[in-house]
Design a protein around this ligand. Structure first.
Ligand SMILES: [Zn+2]
Length: 61
């Protein structure tokens, strides 16, 4: 339906943080992948968040 679904960086960041709480829907993950393929800032953001979550998980044990 929506022709070019373009995610803003803000929405992308929201989806990235959601991936740590639940599995994204097909549509969400496609949109996110599409955005990440094109946006260095959000790629870095995802890497950072992943790192933080892993560090937090390790710290908790
Ligand atoms: Zn972005």
């Amino acid at each position: 339906m929506a022709d070019e679904v373009e995610l803003s960086c803000r929405e992308a960041a929201r989806l990235i943080s959601i991936t740590f709480e639940r599995v994204l829907t097909e549509e969400e993950s496609v949109q996110l992948k599409f955005h990440l393929g094109d946006c260095d800032d959000c790629q870095h953001y995802e890497v950072q968040l992943k790192f933080l979550h892993e560090a937090a998980a390790r710290y908790r044990r």
